[in-house]
Design a protein. Structure first.
Length: 306
């Protein structure tokens, strides 16, 4: 029998793709901070417009029109895609607002909360049976939000909107049999009429920043391209890696945002907020350990079958 290779080349590629995707997403606060004086609503409009146009060219080059045509030919499927589109647009808009209003810590908390929100939605909506450690993780997240509400006197609404919008997006997205690239294109295509109406209104009103100066115009165009690039890398990772590995890699994004908020934007972190993050991190550690434990029997059965 030939010796087993020490490293799976495809898995190594998958890790590189995953790192690229999550590091690009993690650097998004630095990118959106470049939009000086451009409202979050206008950036969102251009993010939709230029994402859609960029994906037209990309799908044409890759010859991936068949799943798009199949989705557009089924109106029942489009209702779910439209729900996904509205949820992701809400997530994008709130995230851009978080960066512009210097609340990146709240944004990072939202994305740390997202996997735990997924657990909660699985229990409430899909009636999934969760492991005890996952339920403990969900309880710690709920406790963390409760502490912020009681001791700070306010709910972290921005974090909750980001977490629930992206978590619910994932819930609906599972019901749509489209790959990441095709799915994003159909979502932006459905949002395109609203984006064009909003863009026309801003232009007629004289409040549009597009074509005002070269730097802003290029940044607005780049916002669409940078929306698609990490998704392509993420798709490359998911094809090559186990979900448990993807689950561990996804913490890179909010972790980078957390440190960017502290080191670059100099956002204040109170003791209560730090306690909130510690509880969330503890919950994520338990959640990740539970996911790893659940994946072990599957791995062992595959090895035995081989």
């Amino acid at each position: 029998m030939p010796a087993q290779p020490l490293r799976d080349p495809e898995a190594a590629k998958g890790v590189m793709f995953g790192l690229a995707a999550y590091m690009m997403w993690g650097c998004f606060p630095l990118f959106f901070a470049l939009f000086d004086g451009v409202p979050a609503f206008e950036i969102l409009i251009h993010r939709i417009l230029w994402s859609c146009l960029f994906l037209v060219g990309l799908i044409s080059v890759l010859k991936r029109w068949s799943p798009v045509v199949a989705a557009l030919s089924e109106p029942k499927r489009l209702s779910r895609v439209l729900a996904c589109a509205l949820l992701i647009a809400l997530n994008w808009g709130v995230y851009i607002y978080a960066v512009e209003s210097q609340q990146v810590l709240q944004a990072s908390l939202g994305y740390f909360l997202t996997p735990l929100v997924n657990v909660g939605l699985g229990i409430l909506v899909l009636r999934e049976v969760m492991a005890k450690l996952q339920l403990v993780a969900l309880g710690l997240a709920t406790l963390a939000i409760g502490i912020q509400f009681v001791l700070l006197g306010e709910m972290p609404w921005l974090s909750l909107i980001l977490a629930f919008s992206f978590g619910t997006y994932g819930l609906f997205r599972k019901q749509v049999p489209l790959d990441g690239l095709s799915g994003l294109f159909v979502e932006t295509l459905l949002l395109m009429p609203l984006a064009l109406i909003a863009f026309s209104w801003l232009t007629l009103d004289g409040s549009s920043h597009f074509a005002g100066d070269t730097t802003t115009t290029l940044l607005l165009i780049a916002s669409g391209i940078l929306t698609a690039l990490p998704l392509m890398a993420f798709a490359g990772a998911t094809r090559r890696l186990r979900l448990a590995t993807i689950g561990f890699l996804m913490y890179i994004n909010p972790s980078m945002q957390f440190f960017i908020a502290l080191l670059f934007f100099r956002e204040a972190l109170s003791l209560i907020q730090l306690l909130t993050f510690v509880l969330i991190w503890t919950g994520l550690a338990l959640y990740s350990y539970s996911a790893w434990q659940q994946s072990r029997p599957v791995q062992e059965s595959k090895r035995n079958a081989a």
